[in-house]
Design a protein. Sequence first.
Length: 704
Amino acid sequence: MTSTLPLEDTSTRVVRAACAHDCPDACAMLVTVENEVVTGVRGDPEHPFTQGGLCAKVNDLEKHVYHKDRVLHPLRRVGPKGSGQFERISWDEAVAEICSRFSSIVDEYGAEAIMPTSYLGNEGILNGLNVMDPFMHRLGATITERTFCTSTRGSAYVRTMGPAVTDPESIVHARYIIAWGHNMLTSNLHLWPFVAKARKRGAKLVVIDPYASRTARRADWHIRIRPGTDGALALGMINVIIAEGLVDTEYVDNHTVGFSELAARAADFPPERVEELTGIPADDIRTLAREYATTQPAVIRVGTAVENHPQGGQAFRAIFSLPALVGAWRYPGGGTHELSLFGFPVNFDRLSRVDLIKPGTRVVNGMQLGRVLTGEVELDPPIKALMVCNSNPVITYPEQNKTIAGLKRDDLFTVVSDHFITDTARFADIVLPATTITEHFDVNFSWGHLYIAINNQAIKPVGEAVSNVELFRRLAAGMGFDDDPWFTLSDEEMAEQSLDWSAPQLAGISLEGLKKTGWARLALPGPDEAPYADGGFPTVDGRVALAVHDDFDSVAPVFRQGYTEMQGDRPSPSVPDYVEQPVDDRYPLRMITPRGHHFISSQYANMDRQLRGEGGQHVTLHPDDAAGRGLSAGDRAEVFNERGCIPVEVLLDEGVMPGVAVVPYGFWTDGASSVSALISGDANDLGRGPRYSAATVEIRIASA
Ligand SMILES: Nc1nc2c(c(=O)[nH]1)N[C@H]1C(S)=C(S)[C@@H](COP(=O)(O)OP(=O)(O)OC[C@H]3O[C@@H](n4cnc5c(=O)[nH]c(N)nc54)[C@H](O)[C@@H]3O)O[C@H]1N2
Ligand SMILES: Nc1nc2c(c(=O)[nH]1)N[C@H]1C(S)=C(S)[C@@H](COP(=O)(O)OP(=O)(O)OC[C@H]3O[C@@H](n4cnc5c(=O)[nH]c(N)nc54)[C@H](O)[C@@H]3O)O[C@H]1N2
Ligand code: SF4
Ligand SMILES: [Mo]
């Protein structure tokens, strides 16, 4: 299935593009170009998932492209670190300076003194996750693990079901939909019409969230949960399902392993105990379990927030056990529709050029960037150069105060490639201008649907911006790495190598064809099918693993990100467990950090319209928690813990679970601290994921 929309070709043209944000919707986009200027963007009306609309972030992308603050040429720092004072330099000067600094650091300290960090500012297959890897591996730089998002969820998912793929569009058939820690209307907007269709046919939408998110406000039932206790809720549901005889025994017998062990664990989680742990009334837990088990097809759609806790991995393992217990996989629409990216035959190892990794190269975790740069994590050799691309560590990594202290080091050479002088780029020695999606070519997968898309280049780069791929071609030439053909591949040659075009999912799809049609559907089971109705999961034995007896060191290659096994996870119990976490009396509020409706992580938080849409940095509290602290709506206050203190405006909402502080992330610091200053860089229990929603805090009226 592909688009047939006719395109004009005059001085006004429409270019088939694809949004490369780290967003499950991966929209197919039509970019209007008039006299070589982007004048508008819209969603492709023929794309079955995009359905003609984009979103509150991207609707006026042209303003982002031509924003007055865009970095248009390479810059060299002239003031103190962080002062934001730069001078213009040429690309030749920038490349020469970077290569000479890198070379002298390699000579003096060894290549591991250079550290790359990148994430998903751009998710394109060419310009995204792996774009720095070949250059850095060839150099021999320290390897930076990128477990910021979905490493935990993905590891739990794969250990339970293998890389199973269903079509998220099949949710139209569901009769019971649980959005579990997932604010669909903000972060997966294009799934909403499918949910709306299911609801029109009588489906019930239940949202499990500590506060009344946009989606919770539109749900049939909002269940408020104490953050980080989802594992207990899932085990409580399993307890009820077993106790009330609602298990699909035939499905469990034929298509799962480990039921009796899971049942023994769940016996420790009767609803009354789970009420104490989660704050959800025991009768609601019973009702939820009964309705979920008996209203088939039932689907659970999770978000990432559940992983952002010390036991995020266990929680996801317990949640992912549920569909098999009630036989939800039997029906089109039933089960869970996550991580469709497993359906895309991307050659991640090739893109990353894992073959270039020098054996024994050390690996550090990106979440601990601040600890590494400040020497709290002692490294020999220490990090002497940092290169950042597709990422904004000051805002999106934990322990902001340490990150900033590290970036201030005069003996650290920092290079940042970005569109803007972000809070991270402010500390750079060299800033490099990056193209936006309108200015380069790419191919996109999706983690929320089954359409591959092409991003045709719509306009020439603005100013002297270059794509990430071109940036590393230039640096590779500067370092003399271009004896390896990878570093001179054209974008399209790289695209040919980046996917396994002969894979059955891509039958009938070619790069040439995609350039014309914009997008195409993978040849995988469709929305009216139930691919696991008779089991056959892509696990070792074809069964859902309710219990696992090997260790947890290996996860799907995409989460290994090409270079390393996930070693060092804490030993995982064979069946998921939940252990209550102590809360520090000095900081009794549990802080969650949902994302902005008008931002994508930290992007667009510098745009007027989007910022107006979010307001400034705020905290939303239950009125009782505010009253107990003498706080009123509109007060200027400070949210703090042992790690930091951030200025906020107080908002009140009865829909927030008492004891919870809702502090959205993404806002730029404006010279103060922001939410990541309060968050620990410790890893959680699986896939070495983050703890973004696990900080506890206190709040007081602002001193000045
Ligand atoms: N407190 C808190 N922090 C979180 C989370 C949370 O829930 N709470 N969630 C985490 C999650 S889920 C994620 S995925 C991460 C995201 O973390 P990041 O990937 O770091 O976040 P972004 O803000 O999307 O992008 C970073 C930068 O990439 C730049 N960029 C975009 N396109 C390009 C390009 O083509 N080339 C170059 N060179 N630069 C480009 C953008 O301008 C932006 O400054 O944040 C994590 N941080
Ligand atoms: N508009 C917009 N869309 C985005 C992004 C963005 O920044 N802005 N980011 C993109 C990225 S990188 C990602 S990973 C996805 C993530 O999008 P989602 O998966 O939806 O994740 P979050 O917004 O982190 O959290 C979803 C909901 O979980 C709730 N929550 C927080 N802690 C807990 C908890 O302990 N238990 C439960 N049950 N709920 C909890 C939050 O209050 C929030 O409403 O969105 C993508 N889409
Ligand atoms: S950010 Fe997401 S919803 Fe918005 S245009 Fe991009 S892919 Fe679509
Ligand atoms: Mo994410």
